[in-house]
Design a binder for this molecule. Structure first.
Ligand code: GDP
Ligand code: IMO
Ligand code: MG
Length: 422
């Protein structure tokens, strides 16, 4: 079998966690392939709400195996807190959650360095989640990282060397910190990691594929936050795109099957950086209020705006999306008019291609569509869709060139409408 990939097409928080949970019954194995606890994936079912950061979102569906892949950076302290919260709510993870020995560790000093670099950037700061993501990936790329597999090989010595190097950097940055308090939680987290099966996930996943098992790769962040193709430098430090599933799990490009691209019916972004369709008016505030657009990790208000089809088309191209999933259309249920950005006007000319740089001179070119003005949150099938909503779907499918397979009309697992089956 092949690996199907589900990933965000915008600036993250599209609703990946919810849909991975919905799709998991069709798979044998779910694997996170990149990112770390900068992610916050929310799931709601049976009146309960869970936010996952490092643990894949397939963990709640029966006995499916969930893997933290080699492309992930793992913070032991946050991992332990996540495990404990899930176990306290009655979910036993021990036999279902495996961790790649090639996944990298986020050290306590990575978090300090993240804060120090942000402070140094001042008003140019990225607005990171403060979880040490950038510094951990920097160490990985500069060949200084510590991996889960190192826990079994001279770990104390490797840890001490890395910390000494980081402390020197923190000293150069004149950053004040209290490492001891962070280290206590961190080492308790290491013990928590030791409880789980640490595997060669590359071999494991490929073997499962040859045995006809179905694998779902769970993306984190979004395509516009990708280190190569996102709105650099206001991006995360990893490849969030479909190709990241190959490097983050050790599966060949020829083994990729369906690519599910997930997007909101509008657009949000947390942190700094360009956002062509951002609305700083009451319409943006209405989206924030109705969509409850506050970060699931940091609680920061998310910036809101109209859907950006220029950026979406670009993401679909980079990811090779085969099926689309539209989230949170219910947030627009009361709007009279829906706008969609179909081009950018720059330097007096229109472009439909996502540009190298976005500056203040850029103006979005909008198409206006009539709102459907119907509460869709209890709908169960596409037969119930209002005419205007169908027109909106057709317009998106035509402009984006890919079919919309799933429409999500609320945060709950049940509020999900699958439009067609292959
Ligand atoms: P992820 O990071 O892509 O998994 O997304 P987040 O969990 O960070 O953010 C998505 C938010 O929208 C969460 O609070 C979800 O519970 C919520 N959500 C998901 N789908 C829908 C939907 O269709 N409608 C509404 N109103 N909320 C949704
Ligand atoms: P999920 O998986 C939304 C953003 C941060 C910041 C930039 C860099 O829940 O969709 P980092 O801490 O990664 O160095 O921050 O990336 N960011 C996210 N925004 N959702 C996420 O994950 C994000 N992960 C990182 O806000 O702008
Ligand atoms: Mg999120």
């Amino acid at each position: 079998m092949k690996v199907d990939v589900l990933l965000g097409l915008q600036w993250g928080d599209e609703g990946k966690g919810k849909i991975v949970d919905v799709l998991t019954p069709n798979y044998d194995l779910v694997a996170r392939f990149q990112g770390g606890p900068n992610a916050g994936h929310t799931l709601e079912f049976e009146g309960q709400k869970y936010v996952l950061r490092s643990i894949p979102s397939g963990i709640f569906q029966g006995g499916k195996i969930n893997i933290i892949g080699n492309g992930v950076v793992l913070d032991p302290a946050l991992f332990k807190a996540e495990v404990e919260a899930l176990e306290a709510s009655g979910h036993d993870l021990t036999r279902r959650l495996y961790i790649s020995r090639k996944a990298h560790l986020i050290l306590p000093t990575h978090r300090l360095l993240d804060a120090a670099y942000e402070a140094q950037k001042g008003s140019d700061k990225i607005g990171t989640t403060g979880k040490g993501i950038g510094p951990a990936y920097t160490d990985k790329i500069s060949r200084n990282g510590l991996r889960i597999g190192d826990l079994d090989y001279n770990f104390e010595e490797k840890y001490k060397q890395a910390i000494a190097r980081h402390e020197e950097l923190l000293h150069q940055l004149h950053f004040e910190y209290d490492l001891a308090s962070l280290e206590k939680d961190w080492f308790e987290g290491i013990e928590s990691i030791r409880r789980f099966r640490r595997i060669d996930s590359d071999h494991f996943i490929n073997k499962e594929l040859t045995e006809n098992k179905k694998v779902l790769a769970e993306g984190a962040q979004g395509t516009m936050l990708d280190i190569d193709f996102g709105s650099y430098p206001f991006v995360t430090s990893s490849n969030t795109i479909c190709a990241g599933a190959c490097t983050g799990l050790g599966v060949a490009p020829s083994k990729i099957g369906e690519v599910y691209g997930i997007f909101k019916a509008y657009c949000t972004r947390v942190g700094s950086g360009p956002f062509p369709t951002e609305l700083l008016d009451e319409t943006g505030q209405k989206m924030r209020d109705l969509g409850y657009e506050y970060g699931s990790v940091t609680g920061r208000p998310r910036r809101c705006g109209w859907i950006d089809l220029v950026a979406l088309r670009y993401a679909i191209m980079i990811d090779g999306v085969t099926q689309l999933i539209m989230m949170k259309s219910d947030v627009l249920d009361t709007f009279d008019t829906i706008k969609a950005c179909v081009a950018y006007e720059m330097d007096g000319r229109e472009t439909e291609d996502f540009p190298f740089e976005i500056d203040d001179s850029l103006q979005p070119v909008y198409v206006e569509l009539p709102g459907w003005k119907t509460d869709m949150t209890k709908m169960q099938s596409e037969d119930e869709f209002p005419e205007e909503f169908n027109a909106y779907l057709s317009f998106l499918e035509e402009t984006l060139g890919v079919n919309i397979k799933i429409v999500s009309v609320g945060p709950d697992r049940e509020q999900t409408i699958i439009r067609y089956t292959e």
